[in-house]
Design a protein around this ligand. Structure first.
Ligand code: CTP
Length: 422
């Protein structure tokens, strides 16, 4: 929304429900939105009433519910609802609903509301994997995103039957979080729509033997927050995790790895089609040169105690920079530094940015109680062009949004599909 709202204003949300099996989850989303102070009007499609009856929506929202433009016609609901809404969210959005929205059809109340709404629109698709991946559906999603509609990536997991894959409705709490973000952040809410993003998070572990490893204290919280913020701003996110201590957000593709070599492989594979790569993981610089197949035991003779010889791991970030042709993908590094006699944290950060050659370096000072496993962070975002933005201590979510605020202006304009491409 372009005009700031009165902070006392109760946000008005239209919750559209299309005809998919995940319609029952919209009841939980409705509960979550009403309990967190939103005024919600439910607009189901006729097909969705085969899954969840209108009595459920009327009871939970405390308002009458209609599917067509003829009920309560004296109040012209299709114009009133769209015009007065602060947010329209459709969950689940079926392939049919996406098609009707993309092509401007107006054959029921929900599609009319989508045409009259001037507020942010959030669509949370849910359907079988084959339908989601179908070029017709993907073209409709691209068209909607190019117009500024936020289309969430579906979650991966168990679908209606025994099958699984991308197509699940993201958890109601995740959809509600995306709603709050759109309501709170105005146009910034969907500025990564259609972008492909790779984020690495956590700390790699290099095995010494089957029970021991060389690791580090990274919890993965900041990297996961960066991935969640990108997903909420509309990106398709691949999150490469190495031992993160927090759950991954629902609407991202997760690749789990253990070692630096595995992380390098996973990031390089995903980076090939990416617009942005963010290396938030703490990657081990060294690994034991030899890994014992059995547990290393002590003997009676201390002179025979093992000596661990280390060898270098690849520098993933520097490798990505060296491999890219042109300016894409935008590459973001993280650096956890301590000041010492050779320089301050900032001086070390500037030197690292120059050494690694990435576009942005998110620099933070670390210590026993700073940076690791905490809910907050304070960073300086250094740009290759010499810019330095300080983000004072804030939640890791706020820091994550600050990183994307710095990345977005560096992206080329999004590709707009033409009618011929549909
Ligand atoms: N990084 C990487 N591969 C490595 C080590 C680090 O991709 N083998 C990335 C990290 O993900 C991070 C950035 O490089 O984005 C900086 O990590 P850091 O550990 O601070 O840098 P190092 O190159 O290891 O430098 P130092 O000698 O200061 O440890």
């Amino acid at each position: 929304m372009s005009t700031p709202r009165d902070p006392q204003h109760t946000p008005r949300v239209v919750l559209g429900v299309a005809g998919g099996i995940a319609a029952y989850k919209a009841a939980l989303l409705l509960r979550e939105l009403t309990e967190t102070g939103h005024d919600v009007t439910v607009v189901p499609t006729a097909a969705s009433e085969r899954f969840v009856g209108r009595a459920t929506w009327e009871a939970l929202s405390g308002k009458p519910v209609a599917t067509d433009v003829w009920s309560h016609a004296d109040q012209v609901p299709h114009v009133r609802l769209g015009r007065h809404a602060d947010l329209v969210v459709v969950a689940p959005a079926t392939a049919d609903l996406l098609a009707r929205a993309a092509h401007g059809l107006a054959d029921d109340l929900l599609t009319n509301v989508l045409l009259t709404a001037t507020c942010p629109v959030l669509l949370a698709p849910a359907m079988h994997t084959e339908m989601w991946l179908n070029p017709a559906v993907q073209a409709n999603v691209a068209l909607l995103r190019s117009r500024g509609v936020t289309v969430l990536e579906p979650a991966s997991g168990r679908l209606t039957g025994a099958d699984s894959g991308p197509g699940r409705l993201p958890e109601p709490a995740d959809v509600a979080a995306a709603c709050r973000r759109l309501l709170g952040s105005g146009a910034r809410g969907y500025d990564l729509a259609g972008r492909r993003v790779v984020v690495s998070a956590g700390g790699t572990r290099e095995p010494l033997d089957p029970v021991r490893f060389l690791g580090n204290r990274s919890s993965g919280r900041q990297g996961v927050a960066v991935a969640a913020a990108a997903a909420a701003r509309g990106a398709h996110v691949t999150l490469v995790t190495a031992h993160v201590e927090v759950p991954a957000p629902a609407a991202v593709d997760v690749v789990e790895v253990q070692t630096a070599a595995q992380l390098a492989e996973a990031v390089q594979a995903a980076a090939a089609a990416a617009d942005v790569v963010v290396m938030a993981a703490a990657v081990a610089d060294f690994r034991p040169a030899a890994r014992a197949d059995v547990k290393i035991k002590k003997s009676d003779d201390p002179a025979r105690d093992p000596v661990v010889v280390l060898e270098r791991n690849p520098d993933v970030l520097a490798g990505l920079v060296a491999a890219r042709a042109g300016a894409s993908p935008v590459i973001v590094g993280f650096a956890a530094e301590t000041g010492d006699e050779t320089g301050s944290v900032l001086e070390h950060g500037r030197a690292k940015l120059a050494r690694k050659g990435c576009d942005l370096l998110v620099l933070n000072e670390v210590g026993e109680t700073k940076g690791f496993a905490t809910a907050t962070n304070a960073v300086t975002i250094l740009g290759r062009d010499g810019t330095e933005r300080e983000v004072p201590e804030a939640s890791k979510d706020v820091v994550a949004d600050a990183v994307w605020d710095a990345v977005v202006p560096m992206l080329p304009p999004p590709a707009v599909p033409t009618t011929g491409a549909l």
